[in-house]
Design a protein around this ligand. Structure first.
Ligand SMILES: Nc1ncnc2c1ncn2[C@@H]1O[C@H](COP(=O)(O)OP(=O)(O)OP(=O)(O)O)[C@@H](O)[C@H]1O
Ligand SMILES: [Mg+2]
Length: 496
């Protein structure tokens, strides 16, 4: 790709980018949120037609302005926005074979269902993934949806495969499986793989070359073996970076929140008990699928509770719906933020006030526009949300910046207990720091924080105490200062 440039209203997303990939190799494309990674890859996949610059394959100039043109050249992409790329009410097999099916219908060919399921199953087997091909996609976890998208890309013979943050929803084991697959594609099938990730160790583990983007420009392009991790971070951010976890010491007060024997109907959560004290950051550790998301949702009334009690400041509360939860003083930053955490069709400032409209409404009941904008702008600058203005539609922000909006909208609410479900997923290292700092401010103000994450380093880095989940329930409580990653992992994998 040579001198690629593209603009959107108010945003110059790429300003003359050169990018080369070899077949038979894995190439890392990295950069802070909003740097232009997805845009560059969308151009390669034919999602945009209004860019300038040229694309060459094997020395031959090619014209890529539509998705089908890209496919014909053997370019497959797994988009970052997992849920928008899938059809929720269709089966796993139909989603995997979607392109093949559409192609055949175009040619008026018959769709043979058995064959569709068999091919889909073959692809999943090849990936070592166990998902029923007849299951509806809407019933899958985020990690499973990601696997379905990858399977779809693999169902075609690709020469170039772009994976835009494929590991964000995956656990360590699933990530290792995916890496095995990617290496097999690159080294045994001569596919050129472009790999985008905010988890830098992954870059150092599987990539040969790295291209770093910053603000729509390439800042470096070199073999991975020639750069050090900290150097990569600083090139990405464009400034010096302190790699430690910012953790301010705050006094821990009384117990303000307690969950007793909470269970949900479909046993996604079984008999979980936990408490949080004022000023305390309580971790919920566990592998993907252990039930962290379900526990967060059940506490917040987003999953029906079968039994259990919830106490806030010593008072028993009933949380049947998220509406009740917000009324009582709970806040949740959900894991599937694009789907559950933001209103993508609304501007940034509306999103940053949706959870706290009462704060902005005057006695007369109309919105106090100026206050709303002022508060939105503060969150935008606190979290470094990259947007041309607070009136930009959230759908137009980069993936990581959408996440920041989902986190940010709760920071303007006055809740007592904040639940964060994997809040750093998909955000760059700089923004991660800012999120930790903001969580620090919440606890300094005497709030309680529940922090669910499968990143053990984060659990160790910022929590005071941690609960470990295994098989849909809490199996262990640990004081963070007295534990380590190995011990948490031991309990996360069912150790007793
Ligand atoms: N359709 C669009 N309309 C308007 N602006 C857009 C559009 N797509 C991307 N942008 C803007 O272009 C810039 C680059 O976005 P892009 O999605 O490529 O970033 P990214 O590097 O993939 O970031 P992330 O790590 O957050 O996924 C951002 O400022 C984004 O807001
Ligand atoms: Mg992106």
């Amino acid at each position: 790709m040579t001198k690629i440039a593209i603009e959107f209203p108010g945003v110059k997303a790429l300003s003359g980018v050169d990018f080369q990939v070899k077949t038979g190799a894995i190439h890392a494309l990295i950069g802070a949120n909003g740097a232009g990674k997805s845009t560059l890859m969308k151009i390669l996949a034919g999602a945009y037609s209004h860019y300038t610059g040229s694309i060459t394959i094997d020395g031959q100039q090619v014209e890529i302005r539509t998705p089908s043109a890209a496919k014909q050249l053997g370019i497959e992409i797994v988009y970052q926005e997992v849920d928008t790329a899938l059809v929720p009410y269709l089966s796993v097999a139909e989603n995997i074979m979607l392109d093949v099916m559409v192609n055949r219908m175009g040619k008026q060919q018959f769709v043979r269902w058995n064959e569709i399921h068999r091919s889909a199953q073959q692809t999943l087997n090849r990936m070592g993934v166990k998902i029923d091909t007849r299951e509806l996609v809407q019933n899958l976890t985020l990690a499973q949806k990601q696997m379905v998208l990858i399977a779809r890309a693999l169902s075609e013979q690709a020469r170039f495969l772009v994976l835009d943050e494929p590991t964000a929803p995956l656990s360590t084991t699933e990530t290792q499986e995916l890496f095995r697959l990617i290496k097999d594609l690159a080294y045994n099938n001569n596919v050129g793989v472009v790999f985008i990730s905010h988890r830098l160790p992954e870059i150092f583990e599987i990539c040969e070359d790295v291209t770093i983007l910053r603000d729509g420009l390439v800042v470096t392009h070199q073999p991975v073996s020639e750069v050090r991790p900290l150097q990569v971070i600083e090139l990405m951010l464009g400034h010096r970076f302190d790699e430690t976890y910012p953790k301010t010491k705050v006094p821990i007060g009384e117990k303000i929140f307690e969950v007793k024997n909470l269970s949900t109907y479909d046993s996604a959560v079984g008999n979980a008990s936990m408490y949080v004290r004022a000023g305390e950051i309580v971790g919920v550790a566990g592998l993907v699928g252990a039930g962290k998301t379900e526990l967060s949702k059940a506490i917040f009334g987003a999953l029906p509770q079968k039994q259990g009690e919830i106490y806030l400041k010593g008072r028993k509360i009933t949380v049947r719906t998220p509406y009740h939860a917000v009324q009582q003083g709970l806040a949740l930053v959900p894991e599937e933020r694009r789907k559950e955490g933001v209103l993508v069709e609304e501007p940034v400032y509306i999103n940053l006030s949706a959870a706290s409209l009462s704060l902005f409404s005057s006695a007369l009941g109309f919105l106090r526009g100026a206050a709303e904008h002022a508060s939105a702008r503060k969150v935008i600058s606190d979290l470094g949300i990259k947007t041309p203005s607070d009136s930009q539609k959230v759908a137009y922000l980069s993936g990581g910046n959408q996440q920041k909006v989902a986190v940010g909208k709760w920071l303007v609410t006055e809740a007592e207990v904040y639940i964060f479900d994997e809040p750093t997923k998909g955000v760059d290292v700089g923004a991660k720091h800012e999120i930790f700092e903001l969580i620090g401010k919440l606890v300094a103000a005497g709030k309680g924080v529940i922090y669910a994450s499968c990143e053990l380093a984060e659990i160790i880095g910022i929590t005071d105490r941690t609960y470990v989940m295994y098989d849909h329930t809490i199996v262990k409580e640990l004081v963070t200062a007295e534990t380590n990653e190995a011990e948490i992992l031991f309990y996360s994998t069912g150790g007793k």
